[in-house]
Design a protein around this ligand. Structure first.
Ligand SMILES: [Zn+2]
Length: 203
């Protein structure tokens, strides 16, 4: 009964999935420390697989308040699992680095107050407080909500040298960052709406 409920919850909304993953991570961490005095603890659980790398991210409430810094294993899923979880558009963009057409996404012209989370894993990525009108047709921000939650990656596709931006926890592709943004950072995080999930603030 418990197991069935847990599995159902995990396959429903992202919040439940996240809670499930966090508990799994907590149990994993517990086992790790319990096993610490023994040799190669991780291999006892995953004999043929390298355990996912641990990353440090900052958690935020839906109203944008910084909560805690957590260390948890990167979310690693197979291509078919991502395909099942995401819309075809989000899958192509977030998991295969495609770019949505300018002015076609859900958020380029959104001015509501709230938080933009990762469409794949719900990690908080950007706040509406740093969103600005770039005129590009993509949602643009001058700063991520926490540097820890994103990763910059050198991207030399299409004969250009650019910096791609990914979600630190699940490696989901978000967009690119350019140095022609407004003050105070001078940066322009040019994101794909499809890689984000907006959560409107109630406050
Ligand atoms: Zn993510």
């Amino acid at each position: 009964m418990f197991k069935t409920d847990l599995m159902e919850n995990a396959s429903q909304g992202r919040t439940s999935r996240r809670a499930f993953l966090v508990s799994a991570a907590a149990i994993g961490a517990g086992l790790y420390f319990w096993n610490r005095s023994k040799t190669q603890p991780a291999e006892a659980h995953m004999p043929n697989q390298k355990p996912p790398e641990d990353v440090t991210i900052v958690e935020f409430t839906d109203s944008g308040e910084r909560k805690v810094v957590v260390r948890e294993p990167k979310i690693v899923k197979s291509d078919s699992e991502w395909k099942k979880q995401l819309t075809p558009n989000a899958y192509d963009i977030a998991r295969h680095e495609e770019t949505e057409m300018a002015f076609s996404g859900e958020y380029w012209n959104l001015h509501d107050k709230g938080l933009y989370r990762c469409v794949c894993c719900s990690t908080a990525l950007f706040s509406s407080d740093t969103k600005f009108e770039s005129g590009t047709g993509w949602p643009s921000f001058w700063q991520p909500i926490a540097e820890e939650n994103i990763e910059n990656i050198q991207d030399s596709t299409f004969g250009m040298t650019r910096t791609a931006v990914a979600c630190r926890l699940c490696d989901g592709h978000l967009g690119h960052v350019f140095d022609d943004g407004p003050k105070p950072t001078g940066l322009r995080y040019c994101m794909n709406s499809a890689s984000l999930r907006f959560v409107k603030s109630n406050t």
